[in-house]
Design a protein around this ligand. Structure first.
Ligand code: NAP
Length: 311
């Protein structure tokens, strides 16, 4: 199977490149034509009208995995057009090519398609109502892929972090080395999810639905939620990750962590208050078992420890 992987330098893309190599040939694609280690690869700027079509024509993949996205949630409020081009229009173009060529698409989306006003975990068919430009652009991408007629899996995930990249866990670890207390929001709920959990689950799904580049007739294509199990707040997550980091000697002392409200944080974009996604559908459809967010955290802390030991 030839898998075209867009966004290979992103948090999820990086993990997919590693995980999906067991499935066949992975063709990584980045915005600038270079992988994190410096090796060259195929390139595409999803904001360009023509580059994607040329890339697809010249690659002729048997599966397209789109882990690329405009993910700067606050900046999107000032660049809604660019966010819409990358997260919406480009996904539509991808879908159109895929439908014409009979190639399935795995695409990632977000909890930010919901407004966060809920008393139970969000299900796939709950009403969407994005609060900001990023969520709206991702919702447009979902719709565009749906309407393209391409066979697709839209995997909505949330609160992604990893041992590398730009993410909440690494920001908190950096802050813990400074003086002063760390202020963290305690009125947003979600399921912190390692990029590796998403990549491993995605790989297991593709392994289940395809064999030697051919997809089964009865694949339950559609939209699914994919996060770890359980829930916490950003403050709860920060406290847990710092406790783990202290135990693993990544930090020397437990810093003071101050709980604040979202309104006190004053981010440019509004975030959903309740982001927990109900993942029972994906687990039932593909016989998956997703780890708890605490187990996910322990594995990422171990990975950071082992990276530092080998650095
Ligand atoms: N991070 C989260 O908490 C979260 C939560 C829910 C859903 N998701 C979804 O999960 C997917 C992957 O997220 P992630 O956290 O792995 O994101 P990420 O680390 O920000 O990676 C996104 C990748 O997309 C690339 N990209 C951005 N604009 C591009 C463009 N115009 N052309 C080509 N490539 C472009 C970036 O390239 P550069 O390296 O050149 O910038 C980056 O490597 C996205 O669909 C995102 O919406 C993420």
């Amino acid at each position: 199977m030839k898998i075209l992987l867009l966004g290979a330098n992103g948090q999820i893309g990086f993990e997919l490149m590693r995980a999906m190599s067991v499935l066949g040939e992975v063709v990584p694609v980045t915005r600038d034509g270079f992988l994190q280690g410096g090796a060259s690869c195929r390139e595409v700027d999803l904001a360009s009208d023509t580059a994607l079509g040329m890339l697809l024509d010249s690659t002729q993949p048997s599966l397209i995995v789109n882990a690329a996205a405009y993910t700067a949630v606050d900046r999107a409020e000032d660049e809604p057009e660019l966010a819409r081009r990358v997260n919406g229009d480009a996904v539509g173009a991808l879908g159109a090519w895929a439908a014409t060529h009979g190639v399935p698409v795995v695409h990632f989306s977000t909890d930010y398609v919901f407004d966060g006003n809920h008393g139970r975990p969000w299900r796939e068919d709950d009403a969407t109502a994005p609060l900001g430009a990023y969520g709206s652009s991702k919702w447009l991408g979902e719709q565009a892929l749906l309407q393209s007629g391409a066979q697709h899996l839209i995997l909505r995930t949330a609160w992604i972090y990893a041992a590398r990249g730009r993410n909440f866990l690494l920001s908190i670890l950096r802050a813990a080395h400074g003086e002063g207390s760390i202020r963290v929001v305690d009125d947003q709920y979600g399921s912190p999810t390692p990029a590796r959990v998403v990549a491993d689950a995605t790989t297991a799904i593709v392994a289940r639905i395809a064999s030697r580049g051919h997809f089964r007739e009865d694949v339950p294509w559609g939209t699914y939620h994919l996060t770890t199990a359980g829930q916490t707040t950003w403050h709860g997550f920060a406290s847990a990750l710092l406790r783990e980091a202290l135990r693993a000697r990544l930090i020397a002392r437990m810093p003071d962590i101050q709980a604040i409200s979202s309104s006190a944080w004053q981010a440019r974009a509004r975030r959903p208050g309740y982001s927990v996604l109900d993942c029972s559908r994906i687990q039932d459809a593909f016989a998956l078992r997703l780890p708890s967010w605490q187990d996910g955290l322990a594995s990422v802390i171990s990975e950071i420890v082992s990276c530092r030991a080998h650095a």
